[in-house]
Design a protein around this ligand. Structure first.
Ligand code: 8NA
Ligand code: MG
Ligand code: MG
Length: 345
């Protein structure tokens, strides 16, 4: 499809759910042989096996709240979104939430709360969380707002409801920007794609709060920019091992150690590789490769798949995978609604 086509919207939202559901299998695993990944993915195609449905985790649970809030309010409403996060958590607390964010979600359910951003600010002795929980649910912001200034602003505010450290919410801004650009067809020119992300993040990270957090955490002056430069260096190389990707970019639960990694997975899988089946298209390659990195596999696959899905469109997603994943059909319906909202504004 062309820029911002319905197929791209559906691809982004549905693939994100698949990444989360399929990636849950390996979450937290240190080493994941590609053989195990392919075995897991093959089992999804095998309808005779009568596989149980793969459940979604916190990534999708919170993304669904973001989507419902953006649709119901026809834009960003922090109180409504916060309320939905809290309600969702209390209805299904067993979705694999990060151990810190649970405190925020409990406080957000209090009717006395006047500032919905305060519980997030109180996290980790007032430093706020740098986890990837804001980034994992950021894709819908790119599907609701056509203007990149709105995408950046609302992805940041949406993340700040739980993640007040700039290394947390700027990860959400980066993820939303990547989906935004992919939706426009920017992945047709991968070098330009990464350059545009670097240019955008140069600006996003050039403020006092970001500099301060980076200094305290002993990171580079502009941590996400530095990581994106590493992504670009890895892209330029003909051969890159999984170990190098993990050591250069990370595979952990910090936004800094997972959002640039997810972006790399998408870029790396634009072309076929020997280690991946020939019959796989780009979207399948992206998900398989994300899982093979190990670590926070559900979240990295969820973020990478959202970016890749916006590029390849819904047609690239195997039907059998969709049927296996809880919430994939809902995501498809919601993508159509977001597409309407996006083209209204
Ligand atoms: P979060 O805000 O609780 O952050 C996740 C974790 O990061 C915290 O529990 C801390 O250990 C650490 N952390 C974050 N900020 C700081 C800080 N300022 N100082 C010290 N430590 C800090 O939760 P979240 O919403 O960001 O969750 C992110 C991930 O957790 C997601 O991937 C989600 O799927 C979940 N999760 C991951 C795993 C895994 O093994 N990778 C397992 C269960 C749940
Ligand atoms: Mg999860
Ligand atoms: Mg995770």
């Amino acid at each position: 499809g062309g820029p911002a086509s319905l197929s791209r919207f559906r691809g982004a939202l549905v693939a994100a759910v698949l990444g989360d559901c399929v990636g849950g299998e390996f979450e937290g695993a240190e080493e994941v042989p590609m053989e195990s990944v392919l075995q897991h993915l093959n089992s999804l195609d095998d309808e005779t096996k009568g596989n149980g449905i793969l459940e979604y985790s916190d990534d999708t649970a919170m993304a669904r709240c973001v989507v419902q809030s953006l649709l119901t309010r026809a834009g960003f409403d922090e109180r409504d979104m916060a309320h939905r996060f809290a309600k969702e958590y209390s209805a299904s607390p067993g979705r694999g939430y990060g151990s810190g964010v649970i405190q925020v979600l409990k406080k957000l359910s209090s009717p006395q709360l006047s500032d919905v951003y305060q519980p997030a600010r109180d996290q980790f002795n007032g430093r706020g969380s740098f986890g990837n929980g804001g980034a994992m649910r950021a894709a819908p912001f790119a599907l609701a707002f056509p203007d990149p200034a709105d995408v950046k602003r609302f992805a940041r505010l949406g993340a700040m409801l739980t993640h007040s450290c700039s290394l947390g919410y700027n990860g959400a801004v980066l993820q939303a920007l990547a989906v935004h650009l992919s939706l426009q067809g920017a992945l047709d020119l991968p070098q330009q794609f990464i350059s545009r992300l670097i240019t955008e993040m140069e600006e996003v990270e050039s403020n006092e709060a970001a500099r301060n957090d980076a200094r305290i955490l002993k990171e580079a002056e502009k941590p996400f920019c530095e990581r994106l430069h590493r992504v670009r260096d890895l892209m330029d190389r003909s051969k890159v091992s999984i170990e190098e990707v993990i050591s250069e970019l990370g595979n952990g639960i910090a936004a800094l150690h997972s959002v640039p990694t997810a972006i790399f997975c998408v870029l790396h899988c634009l072309q076929p590789w020997e280690c991946l089946p020939e019959n796989y298209g780009g979207l399948e390659r992206t998900i398989a490769y994300s899982l093979a990195l190990g670590g926070d596999t559900d979240t990295i696959a969820c973020m990478a798949a959202a970016i890749a899905g916006a590029h390849y469109g819904i047609e690239a997603i195997p039907q059998s995978w969709i049927r296996c994943c809880e919430g994939a059909e809902d995501a498809d319906i919601n993508a159509e609604r977001l597409h309407m909202l996006y083209h209204q504004s």
